[in-house]
Each structure stands twice: as C-alpha cells, then as structure tokens.
Write a protein that binds this ligand. Structure first.
Ligand SMILES: CC(C)(COP(=O)(O)OP(=O)(O)OC[C@H]1O[C@@H](n2cnc3c(N)ncnc32)[C@H](O)[C@@H]1OP(=O)(O)O)[C@@H](O)C(=O)NCCC(=O)NCCS
Length: 237
C-alpha cells in the first residue's frame, strides 16, 4: 500500500467515526475508500480491507480481506485471509495471466480481452465466527451462523450453522437441529434494531428460540431498513 493511501486513511478516520456511529479502527489497520461499514464495526490491529462491504457489529482482529461482502455480528480472528487472493485457470495450457488477462501483472498482456474471472466475490453471512489463521478462498460463500475452526482452509461453500475445520475444510458438525437452523434463518435476528437485541441477550445466551421468536415477531429484517443483504442459501458439502 502506498504511504499516501495510509495517510489519507488515518486522516479519514474521524470522518468515518462521525458518519458511522460506533465505528473504530486501529491506526495500523487500513480500508480503501470503497469499503462500506455498518455501525459499531471494529478494525483491530493490522486489518486491511479493500473492495468490501461490512455489516454492523462485525469485528476483524488482524485480517486481510478483499472483494468481499461480510454480514453483521461476525467475529473474525487474527491472521485470517478472506478472499481477494485471485484465481488462475487450470484447464489452459499455462496458468500464467499473460495469456488470458489484460491486467498486465508483469507489464505485458498477450490477450485481446479478459478470458477468465480472476477475482470472484467472496460472501460471509451474519453471525459467523472465523477462528485464527483461516484462509477462505475466492468465491466461497459462508452461511449465517457458521463457525470456521482455527487453521482451516475453506475451499467450498459452508452451510448455515455448520462448524467446519481442517485442510481442506470439512463439516465437523452442525450447531443445532435442522428445524432450529431453519427457524433462525427465518428469524434473521441480526437485522433487528439494537434496542430489541439488547433485551434479547438472555434469550440468545440460553438458546431460547421460542422466546426470541415471540420477542422479535416476524422476520426481523422487516423492522429494520438497514438490514444486511441476505446471503444465498448454501447446500451441503
Ligand atoms: C472449532 C472449535 C470452535 C471447537 O468446536 P467444538 O465443537 O468445541 O469442537 P470439539 O473440540 O468438540 O471438536 C470436534 C471435532 O473437531 C475437531 N477440531 C476441533 N478444532 C479443530 C480445528 N481447528 N481444526 C480441525 N479439526 C478441529 C476435533 O478434533 C474433533 O474431532 P473428532 O470429533 O474427530 O474428535 C475450536 O476448535 C476452534 O477452532 N476455535 C477457534 C479458536 C480461535 O481461533 N480463536 C481466535 C479468536 S477469534
């Protein structure tokens, strides 16, 4: 990153904090001007985000993420790398971009146009916990409520409320019964107004879905105009 970008970022922090209530970033973090944040987002030391949209109450503890949509209430652990790495085709005679890309990675291109999508967008749902030192490859979608165990390399889409781990990541288990996962997906509590969620904290801690449904009523998305965009449903591994 250019020094000038970093200086612009540090100078923009106060404005960002004014425009987005609760937003805070460490001085050692960086986000490009095209990154959008919801309320109460936190960028802890060494986080770097480019071309990203981040939902409210999500925090990054030293993450590199690019070309990505991250939902609300996500906890992203240290040393993680989420998307934006770039992909190469494996079916052509060479994987070198000089033959299929106009980006001129080495100062030249032998291609008339782009013949391959090098940067597929990555999507992380809401209430996702990603442990330390995880890599999520480009184009992967991680469902709501999923957990990615420390050290995993995620190469495929992850279903909602699954716990995945290992290299390559596999489903270790599912957090809740299928019917409860369906109810949580319908409820979309992460879109409810903050004051309502504050009142629901004990219900969340105690795993009381009945109580949560009663308190939040219809899918919470309808009551909040700032709701996160839905993450596409993901079928199993
Ligand atoms: C996944 C995790 C949440 C544990 O979940 P859990 O349900 O309590 O898991 P368990 O300890 O019961 O283990 C379940 C299985 O997953 C395996 N497993 C646990 N963590 C794993 C990991 N990081 N990678 C691969 N497999 C893992 C266990 O060995 C066990 O396998 P087995 O059933 O064959 O014996 C935890 O291991 C983890 O990775 N936490 C992230 C911690 C972290 O990075 N914190 C940083 C701050 S954000």
């Amino acid at each position: 990153m250019e020094l000038i970008d970093r200086i612009k970022w540090v100078l923009s922090l106060k404005k960002r904090a004014r425009q987005t209530p609760g937003f805070r970033s460490s001085l050692s973090s960086y986000a490009s001007p095209d990154v959008t944040f919801g309320e109460n987002v936190r960028l802890w030391g060494g986080t770097k985000l480019t071309n990203a949209s981040v939902g409210r109450f999500t925090y990054f503890a030293g993450t590199k993420a690019s070309n990505i949509t991250v939902g609300a209430f996500c906890s992203i652990g240290p040393g993680t790398r989420l998307g934006g790495m770039g992909d190469h085709p494996i079916s052509m005679l060479s994987t070198h971009p000089v033959f299929y890309s106009t980006l001129e990675q080495c100062g030249e291109s032998f291609a008339d146009r782009d013949h391959f999508n090098e940067y597929k967008r990555t999507a992380i749902g809401n209430d996702v916990w990603i442990g330390a030192n995880v890599v999520v490859l480009d184009g992967v979608t991680i469902g709501n409520g999923a957990i990615v165990a420390a050290g995993a390399i995620v190469t495929k889409d992850v279903p909602a409320y699954a716990i995945v781990g290992g290299v390559p990541a596999k489903v270790l288990k599912h957090r809740f019964a299928e019917a409860d996962i369906e109810r949580l997906e319908q409820l979309q509590w992460w879109n409810a107004p903050v004051e309502q969620l504050r009142e629901c904290a004990a219900l969340v801690r105690n795993g009381n879905i009945d109580g949560l449904e009663k308190k939040l009523g219809a899918p919470a998305r309808e009551s909040n105009p700032h709701a996160s965009a839905p993450v596409p449903a993901v079928s199993g591994y």
